[in-house]
Design a protein around this ligand. Sequence first.
Ligand code: FES
Length: 78
Amino acid sequence: MYVCVCSAVTERQIHQAAAQGARKLRDLRHSLGVTAECGRCARCAHDCLQSALGTTSRTDIGGLVAGMRSAFTAPLEA
Ligand code: FES
């Protein structure tokens, strides 16, 4: 399943990145380009990473999601 459409990153790639040491969303951004464009994949990518790491904490994404809220609510340009 694609997690990040903009960078064509799959759930499998995120699991591989976790196996290679990725621990934070920013690690995925640096290694795979996740959230580097529209950012709409942030929550899903975070959840996928946490699943790969065997945790369920969402506390470290709260600030990122809040900061990106405008990207989710901004009207699309014609
Ligand atoms: S879907 Fe990941 S940056 Fe757009």
